[in-house]
Design a protein around this ligand. Structure first.
Ligand code: MN
Length: 236
């Protein structure tokens, strides 16, 4: 399989800094296998930036199987927060897509950064958020519409940097030519409804233009959080 990809990140319109990190840091056209990751850091004194960057670096620099790489990323964040008192309590989400040469996509994730599959005109959310409101929706206590505007929608139930033990969710997707995959932080999904994301993905054939259009939509809706978007197209 051949892939084209583009990644973009933006601080949004409200936050002073950007605590999201993304892999890869350069776009690619008609390239081979690619590893894509989005991390959304949290913690005071710029520690969120450190946590997300450490997680992305650990994933990028490891050859281990995906779940093990995410465990290594967790260890990196845990060790750094033990060494530095001012970084204690930092954490990060981490969602990774490993686009294999044979068209298999391996997905591992912790937290509420999402991976979507856009196939035909349908946008399918592959990952399930590790968040309080996602649990409420799963139990029937909230509708998805209520969850989208719930005051606690930013509370996540799993993250890297909390515990030495980590619980990773994994998925496998068999990709087809024409598929488009979106990995993003909640700065996009809290601001832009899935229907609007799907519309933008279908209107913008180039990965880079689609990424920029999604960030623009999040900012037009208020840009309340850092926004990170990675798009991978299955070319042939
Ligand atoms: Mn965020």
């Amino acid at each position: 399989m051949t892939y084209s990809w583009a990644t973009s990140t933006h601080p949004g319109l409200v936050r002073d800094s950007n605590e999201d990190s993304v892999l890869p840091d350069s776009d690619g056209r008609d390239g081979g296998p690619v590893l894509v990751a989005v991390a959304d850091g949290m913690g005071g004194h710029a520690a969120g930036e450190v946590a997300s960057r450490l997680a992305i670096e650990a994933v990028a620099n490891s050859e281990a199987p995906l779940e093990e790489r995410i465990a290594q990323a967790n260890q990196a964040v845990m060790e750094a927060s033990e060494r530095r008192p001012d970084q204690q309590g930092m954490g990060t989400t981490l969602t990774v897509g490993d686009f294999r040469p044979d068209g298999t996509l391996l997905v591992g994730h912790v937290g509420d950064s999402r991976l979507y599959l856009f196939r035909g005109e349908n946008l399918l959310q592959v990952t399930r958020d590790h968040s309080l409101v996602a649990e409420y929706v799963a139990s029937g206590a909230l509708s998805p519409e209520e969850a989208a505007t719930h005051p606690q929608r930013n509370v996540i139930t799993r993250a890297l940097g909390i515990d030495w033990e980590i619980d990773v969710d994994s998925h496998t997707v068999n990709l087809r030519i024409g598929d488009r995959v979106l990995v993003c932080s909640d700065g996009l999904t809290n601001m832009v409804a899935d229907a609007d994301i799907a519309r933008i993905l279908s209107e913008q054939p180039a990965a880079q233009a689609a990424g920029w259009a999604l960030i623009e939509a999040a900012n037009q809706a208020g840009g309340e959080d850092n926004i990170t978007v990675a798009i991978v197209d299955v070319v042939e």
